[in-house]
Design a protein. Structure first.
Length: 118
């Protein structure tokens, strides 16, 4: 890894994909399973051709707040650099907003939530 990891990033969708990681970060990320309580997954249609090409699909998951206390979204926490966080920001379309969250483990991480949720 070039640079030092300064950020924790929680991914529940395409940023967990080998192909997306290689395209965005130039390497495979090492991660730890975790979950985000109080949210559920819905899906949106992506129209950005570059994002579709990297992920292989136009249907991407999107987190939305849930009123059900038992709801939680499973995913992976990755340690990433400043440059990798900027690359992830460039990858995510306007439907997503990078937001600071607290995971089930107590880890504070960035996650891309629905833009209205942030």
């Amino acid at each position: 890894m070039t640079g030092t990891a300064h950020h924790q990033l929680f991914s529940y969708g395409t940023l967990q994909s080998r192909e997306v990681q290689l395209a965005r970060f130039g390497r495979l990320l090492e991660g730890t399973p975790d979950a985000l309580p109080g949210y559920r997954i819905t899906y949106i249609e992506i129209t950005d051709p570059e994002v579709i090409a990297a992920s292989g699909t136009d249907r991407h998951p999107l987190l939305v707040a849930s009123s059900e206390q038992s709801d939680a979204v499973e995913g992976t926490v990755f340690a990433i650099t400043d440059g990798e966080l900027a690359s992830a920001d460039d990858y995510e379309v306007d439907d997503y907003a990078r937001t600071r969250v607290v995971l089930r483990s107590g880890t504070k991480a960035w996650a891309y939530l629905g833009a209205q949720a942030g």
